[in-house]
Design a binder for this molecule. Structure first.
Ligand code: DSN
Length: 427
């Protein structure tokens, strides 16, 4: 069991952790336990990050109390003049950060942002084109288990068998044949850059809206490490807590033409009151992402992902598509004869957290899978560089291959974490 890290300030647990310990020791122990878990292991979940103490200070604030249905200056409650300032700052900072004409910062999550975007652009039964979940898409891109697959006529596209890249010829062909009202691009397990200009051309050819869900790479785009989708898409949705390193939540960017539609879709169509403490925390994160240091962070995330992927490849763990251009890699484990689920368990035993993931054309179901997904947003935030990521790659390979060696891997993990512990310094 850990101790409260006074040296790191109160932001890690909230404004008064001592009070929480006295009032609710059980939950206080959960908070301590989670910080210990983060500090005791290497986090390679591609969609997670360590948000800053300043973001957490905004989250643990009185702004959580305020009802503010509506938008700044147009609320359905009194007393919103102070929280209005937070939302105006968040909107302005998001617009500047991404060079967008309009921003809505109220979506509670990336999934809620997608729901609102669809509500703004589609009617139930309309046709949309999106990347299939088993090829790296997302539940909200038309899975039958999700509202998107039930309410819309979804035409899925995928990656080619040979090079495992998005088949843009197939996308164009499907678009010409099915005439979708909306084309969605973006993914959760696709390691390569997406060619938004080509998607724009296809959308224009068939008169469709183009939506980019950049939940995963939003921080890389904000930091200039990879090309942005904003100049090409009519609507860009994203989660604020992944590579962007903000609070858990979502946001939408769009053209001025769609601003009113998007705003009405978020509220009152999809959501009620916004979480104003989260909106304030998003504003903090957008300002942090605009700093030159964040551009360096975004570049290092990509360099680290490349180093990790190459190290895994050398160990005979095949990266899908042959490598990565982003913060994540998808690793096909069939060559080493271990399922994704088993690899996830073996890595956990060695102090490395990652997730099993289907690979394209995977013969195994999602509960088992033939692959794992790894990502570098967390390890980069805690200061690791390419040298460390090469070692992490060989530790992952060793943990997957040799469960009996978990203890030795864990020792090396601890040695790395002794130097690179999360939440030890301000950033
Ligand atoms: N759960 C997210 C991810 O891990 O990619 C997607 O919503």
């Amino acid at each position: 069991m850990g101790t409260v890290p006074s040296a790191t300030g109160p932001g890690f647990y909230g404004p008064d952790f001592g009070l929480l310990e006295r009032r609710d020791p059980e939950i206080a122990q959960v908070l301590i336990g989670e910080l210990d878990r983060l500090r005791d292991g290497i986090q390679l979940i591609a969609s997670e990050n360590f948000t800053s103490p300043a973001v957490m200070a905004a989250l643990g604030s009185t702004l959580t109390n305020k009802y503010a249905e509506g938008y700044p200056g147009r609320r359905y409650y009194g007393g919103c003049e102070v929280v209005d300032r937070a939302e105006r700052l968040a909107v302005e900072r998001a617009r500047r950060l991404f060079g967008a004409e309009h921003a809505n910062v109220q979506p509670h999550s990336g999934a809620a942002a997608n729901l609102a975007a669809y509500a703004a652009l589609l009617q139930p039964g309309d046709t949309m084109l999106a990347m299939a979940l088993p090829h790296g898409g997302h539940l909200t891109h038309g899975s039958r288990m999700n509202f998107s697959g039930r309410w819309f006529d979804v035409v899925p596209y995928g990656v080619r068998r040979d090079d495992e890249r998005i088949d843009l010829d197939e996308v164009r062909d499907l678009a010409l044949r099915r005439r979708p009202k909306l084309i969605v691009c973006g993914a959760t397990a696709y390691p390569r850059l997406i060619d938004y200009a080509v998607f724009r051309g296809i959308a224009d050819e068939v008169g469709a809206w183009l939506m980019a869900d950049v939940s995963h790479p939003a921080g890389l785009m904000a930091g200039g490490a990879i090309p942005s989708a904003v100049p090409y898409a009519d609507v860009v949705t994203f989660a604020t807590h992944k590579t962007l390193r903000g609070p858990r939540g979502g946001a939408i960017l769009c053209t001025g033409e769609l601003a009113a539609k998007i705003d009405r879709a978020v509220f009152p169509f999809v959501q009620g009151g916004p979480s104003m403490h989260v909106v304030a925390a998003k504003a903090v994160a957008f300002a942090e992402a605009a700093r030159p240091e964040f551009a360096g962070y975004a570049r290092r995330v990509v360099d680290n992902a490349r180093a990790l992927t190459e190290a895994l490849d050398v160990e005979g763990m095949r990266p899908v598509s042959g490598g990565t251009d982003t913060h994540l890699a998808l690793i096909d484990l069939r060559g080493v004869g271990v399922s994704g689920a088993e690899a996830e368990r073996r890595c956990a035993a060695a102090g490395i957290t990652l997730n099993r993931n289907v690979v394209p054309y995977d013969p195994e179901p999602p509960a088992l899978t033939s692959g794992i997904r790894v990502g570098t947003p967390c390890v980069t935030t805690q200061g690791m560089g390419t040298r460390e990521l090469k070692e992490v790659g060989s530790l992952v390979a060793r943990a997957v291959r040799d469960p009996d060696g978990a203890g030795e891997v864990r020792e090396r993990v601890s040695a790395l974490l002794a130097i690179h512990r999360p939440y030890l310094s301000e950033y």
